[in-house]
Design a protein around this ligand. Structure first.
Ligand code: CTP
Length: 403
């Protein structure tokens, strides 16, 4: 039976020019067998009339929290209980902020607080509003609370500008909503190993060679994979981040410890994602005592660390391997070089050293390359980017295991 058959869905519409696309969404969900009720904010009614949705759903549209007539037919708590899922589409920046703050100042936000059903949001707004740190922070918090993001797309906007903020198309939203109900999330049954963070190569008991990796990208990937049902092992260098829910984490310090943790637990791993910034070299010896100032003129001799990713990719039964490449110039050229040299299935290149994105930032942009193809994932919050990256990894992994 189709996943949406007989499912009771609330489509909640906010004030945005994309509100007109909600009509197509409601119709599509109806075609797929769902029973739809529509909730509109007051500002949504400025963009499209409630009558449109009443005609499409054959049900009254819910707008006000304290409307005696509406409460008499189906009160707000009853409506919150009725829903099998709530999809807020389009979700405006203002509503995302009110949801994050836990407000209950209109019907939509009250329902969000009162329901135990899953909630998905499909944001639609000007690209600068979307990129604003306040909006991105709100979204991260909502995702941490279990909201599902139907991420907006890049393209021409109603205001005439071009950027990320166009609402996901109704047909894709309907597909994603079906997945929420399908009992097999996208990564169910897959074993994923992710490396993250820097490695520290000790010089003496107080000094080490390290790098500026925060671990945020690797942790975001591990969290997203767990949300999608994967069995996730995160092998992490020293970082100041909490282990995401549902993720098993092994903490290591040096490249050699990371190498050991990875290789001893590689059996049965389907996808290996190397997001760690592994130190390429370590001191030949680690001094047992603190090196004194007077000794400082002596050179520290370095020796190469094992290349963990290349070693994994060379295994006889290698998993699907995804590497990262941090580049300051000629990104595609260098990234494709690493893809070839290490025999990877995919490489994710990011520009470092610029004003935005990269190591310590909460945001990043990635250029994905594989043999014969590639795709650009635009600048977004690392949580959002992780979801997009995994969607691409899965779409490349499935055919790869069949061949
Ligand atoms: N990697 C690894 N083990 C190492 C070094 C790197 O697993 N000892 C992985 C990283 O996790 C990342 C990719 O390999 O996925 C980066 O490749 P690398 O060739 O080390 O990139 P850079 O360090 O950026 O190389 P270069 O300095 O030559 O640009």
């Amino acid at each position: 039976m189709p996943a949406l058959q007989n499912k009771q869905i609330i489509i909640a519409i906010c004030g945005s020019i994309a509100a007109y696309k909600a009509a197509e969404l409601v119709r599509r969900l109806g075609d797929l067998g769902a029973e739809v009720r529509v909730v509109m904010t007051r500002s949504a009614c400025e963009f499209i009339t409630p009558m449109t949705f009443q005609a499409l759903t054959h049900n009254p549209v819910h707008i006000d929290l304290l409307d005696p007539e509406a409460e008499a037919s189906m009160g707000h708590i009853e409506l919150a209980r009725w829903a099998d899922a709530i999809l807020i589409a389009p979700a405006s920046a203002n509503t995302l902020a009110r949801l994050t703050a836990g407000m209950a100042d209109d019907l939509l936000t009250t329902l969000a607080l009162a329901t135990s059903a899953p909630i998905a949001v499909a944001p639609a707004m000007n690209h600068l509003m979307w990129a604003n740190v306040a909006t991105q922070d709100n979204l991260t918090k909502l995702q941490q609370r279990g909201y599902t993001l139907f991420a907006p797309k890049h393209g021409q906007q109603a205001c005439g500008e071009v950027g990320e903020g166009r609402m996901m198309e109704p047909t894709e939203q309907a597909d994603r909503l079906s997945q929420l109900f399908s009992h097999t999330p996208a990564m169910k049954g897959l074993k994923i190993m992710v490396t993250a963070g820097p490695t520290y190569e000790d010089i003496d008991p107080v000094r080490y060679i390290g790098n500026r990796s925060s671990g945020k990208m690797g942790y975001a990937i591990a969290a997203a994979a767990a949300r999608q049902g994967a069995d996730v092992l995160l092998v992490s260098g020293p970082v100041a981040l909490e282990v995401p829910a549902g993720v098993t984490c092994e903490k290591v310090r040096s490249a050699r410890e990371m190498n050991h943790a990875v290789l001893t637990q590689l059996k049965g791993i389907d996808i290996f994602i190397a997001a760690a910034a592994v130190a390429d070299f370590r001191p030949v010896t680690t001094s047992e005592q603190k090196i004194k100032k007077g000794d400082a003129e002596q050179a520290i001799t370095l020796v190469a660390n094992p290349d963990i990713l290349a070693t994994v990719a060379q295994q006889e039964k290698a998993p699907f391997t995804v590497g990262f490449a941090a580049e300051t110039q000629d990104i595609e050229h260098y990234a494709r070089g690493k893809l070839e040299a290490k025999q990877l299935n995919m490489i994710c290149a990011n520009r470092v050293g610029g004003a935005k994105g990269g190591f310590e930032d909460d945001q990043n942009a990635l250029e994905l390359y594989w043999q014969g193809g590639g795709e650009r994932l635009s600048m977004s919050e690392k949580n959002v980017l992780a979801e997009k990256l995994l969607a691409k990894v899965i779409s490349r992994y499935r055919p790869a295991i069949k061949s």
